[in-house]
Design a protein. Structure first.
Length: 141
């Protein structure tokens, strides 16, 4: 059976996510004050419930991952990158299947992410900072 890119990432992150007492899924992320909801390919969030058990917000995540497809590549590259930063998602990993690259965005702010590592061509490991403290292997993407 052929694994999706998201499945490959989940397998690599699984152990560390459990050690951090987090969950990994692809639920809705709310963007308060806007009409948008995003469903990332992967979101890593702490297992402990938030005080308000309402919608999940980007700033409650540890990592958001989007894997582009032909139909949504530009949205993932531009719109979601800006919106995730605006709403405080600390790490945004863009796996661009059309460009065959990975870019890790960090240090979110109201105008976007201020740091980017990459783009790295598939096959190049991507260093994930703490709390992950590991490298994501990309040769299977």
């Amino acid at each position: 059976m052929l694994k999706s890119t998201a499945d490959v990432i989940r397998e690599q992150l699984g152990r560390r996510v459990r050690e951090l007492d987090c969950r990994m899924g692809s639920g809705d992320l709310d963007l308060p004050g806007s009409s948008n909801w995003y469903i990332p390919d992967i979101a890593v969030v702490p297992r402990a419930p938030a005080k308000d058990a309402g919608a999940l917000l980007p700033d409650q995540t540890l990592l958001v991952v989007e894997v582009t497809s032909d139909s949504d590549g530009d949205t993932d590259r531009v719109v979601k990158r800006r919106r995730y930063a605006e709403y405080g998602a600390p790490l945004y990993l863009l796996v661009d299947r059309q460009e065959r690259t990975c870019t890790l965005f960090s240090e979110p702010g109201p105008l976007g992410y201020t740091m980017a590592a990459g783009p790295y061509p598939f096959g190049t490991p991507v260093a994930l900072p703490e709390p992950f403290g590991s490298e994501l292997r990309t040769e299977e993407f």
